[in-house]
Design a protein around this ligand. Sequence first.
Ligand code: NAD
Length: 425
Amino acid sequence: MSITSEVSEAGVTPGPLDDARSQLREAATILGYDDGVYNVLATPRRELTVSIPLRRDNGDIELFIGHRVQHNLSRGPAKGGLRYSPDVTLDEVRALAMWMTWKCALLDVPYGGAKGGVRIDPRQYSTAELERVTRRYTSEISPMIGPGHDIPAPDIGTDENTMAWMMDTYSVQKGHTVLGVTTGKPVSLGGSLGRATATSRGVVHVALAAMRSVGITADGSTAAVQGFGKVGRHAARFLHDEGVRVIAVSDQYGAVGDARGLDIAALEQHVDDTGSVVKFTGGVEMSHDDVLESDVDLLVPAAVEGVIHAGNAPRIRARVVVEGANGPTTPEADLVLNDAGRLVVPDILANAGGVIVSYFEWVQANQAYWWRADEVESRLAERMLTAWDEVSAHAAALNLPLRTAATCLAVQRVAQAAQLRGLYP
Ligand code: NAD
């Protein structure tokens, strides 16, 4: 029986879990692993689905479904974000948990992979309602989490407040404060300096290295960024700071562009004031497709999965694509982009800055000893650039695309750890 038919809830339309398994299948084939090893690596270790009743501010009761998936624990406790989105499905969470396993192995942080999700549109609920949803979800999944078990972090639709509520709920249940149960917390509550911008800093470190590798210098180059949330927004700013002209950005509501380069500080102010990039007077309105298909040196998809697919891949013109989001490129689109000579820096490398500084936050919280911002930044840069060097050297040596090389390196590390531990019983 194939793994997909055994455990996937996917229908006929391929989704992120199909993409994640297809990438794993390719790596397992290159590494010479048999079906037994593939099946173990393709299947989550543990999953918990919980129902979350919410008493709304007006007294009505609503019910939400939440998941926590631990994909693999061979290299250490599970680590992965928590997503609040109306589009959350169990298969999406499974895919994201698998990518976390590869990301942690690739960056050599001592974790396995996990992910959580609640099917809710957070924009429709008050802060007090979101706090109640978060606390109930945390309480329901509390048997699975803990500093030595599974450590959640922010993702789409969640933030440092969510992590503070989770940490508090878990701590109240334990009877003492456990700072190491979540990362991405506020700095005044055991968070790490540099965590809020770490994913974006990492994206920009590898984006500049990738551009250099194909002869593009940052100063005067052009970029488009899809998504203006926690990852896309800071990435746009750091690119701008490096002299890159960011000529197009989008969020879920719309898109704006300016061929001379957007004034990112002014755009950030506009987003703070209005909640969206739409109606920014320092640029012209664009379509979502125009952003992805911009004639730029660098494209940073930093929103959701599957946005670069077989249908639009032939129209992608960026020389370098750096995946700020998880799973933005489908395997079919990957083939098109590779054939067209586009350099795609895969998610498990490009957006790993967040989990690296989450690891630093966990280390600091567990030791109750806090690092300076410059220590965090330099250690982050060193790890990102080391991983870039490893992946690009492996890709060149084996004549593989960066994603295949990165997945092979990561899968091999996880498989080796699993083999050394042996099977119980
Ligand atoms: P976020 O909720 O802070 O921001 C998401 C942004 O994407 C918002 O601006 C939203 O409007 C926009 N968006 C959503 N759908 C869109 C669409 N179809 N077109 C254009 N824009 C759209 O989330 P985030 O934390 O920035 O996460 C973005 C991506 O980065 C996700 O794939 C996430 O898994 C990944 N990621 C996040 C982190 C992190 O530290 N936050 C780390 C690694 C990877």
